[in-house]
Design a protein around this ligand. Structure first.
Ligand code: 5GP
Length: 192
């Protein structure tokens, strides 16, 4: 999506440690009109797959997923919560995710009421790096017997390989901007 690439070039900041900051329009301040055009793009790419629910993870995925849902017939959006501890009351599916940005593991949960067999899930998230966040969400869907029919990503850092690993497993991953590399010295960002 050319518009997203242009926006990343204009407002994105490359930080040390291979981190791209996009707080100006995606992760802190939200450009809702841009989110809407991103949602339209995903709707075009995932047309005809019978998506009946969108899944994401808090916090930054929620805004883009909710706006995207308007393009999928207002399907519900369920977001995995980052939990402090695992509540073993049996009401929730639970998985563990390793955070690329925080460099630590944390549990994620979703209520069993909100995910089930028969669900055709489109996962949406802001970033795809090593793919750990998505693997956690896929695991939650698997526990519920829900089918992941597609994965829509705003920014894929393709050089980290997570996207290709998921594609090799057969998942349909559509990223609106794919970064081939970035340099925190010059601030340059190269797209695929
Ligand atoms: P992964 O699990 O694929 O390694 O990383 C995905 C998650 O880490 C995303 O949900 C996002 O929150 C965060 N993340 C990974 N790389 C970046 C980055 O360069 N910039 C920002 N803002 N978040 C990132």
């Amino acid at each position: 999506m050319r518009e997203l690439e242009e926006r990343i070039k204009r407002d994105g900041i490359v930080k040390a440690g291979n981190v791209l900051k996009v707080d100006a329009f995606l992760n802190h301040q939200c450009d809702v009109a841009l989110f809407d055009r991103m949602g339209a793009e995903w709707a075009r790419e995932f047309d005809g797959l019978g998506v009946n629910k969108i899944m994401t993870i808090e916090a930054s995925g929620i805004g883009i997923a909710c706006v995207a849902a308007r393009h999928f017939g207002d399907v519900p959006v369920v977001f995995a919560k980052k939990a402090q501890s695992v509540n073993l009351d049996g009401e929730q599916y639970c998985s563990t995710i390793y955070s690329f940005t925080k460099q630590r593991e944390y549990p994620v949960i979703v209520g069993k009421r909100f995910l089930g067999s028969g669900d055709r899930i489109l996962i949406i998230d802001d970033f795809l790096a090593n793919g750990c966040a998505l693997e956690g969400l896929i695991d939650l869907c698997g526990q519920a017997g829900a089918e992941v029919v597609g994965i829509g990503i705003a920014i894929e850092k393709a050089h980290q390989g997570g996207g290709d690993r998921l594609r090799a497993k057969g998942y349909r991953v559509e990223s609106l901007a794919r970064i081939a590399g970035m340099d925190d010295g010059s601030g340059e960002i190269e797209f695929l």
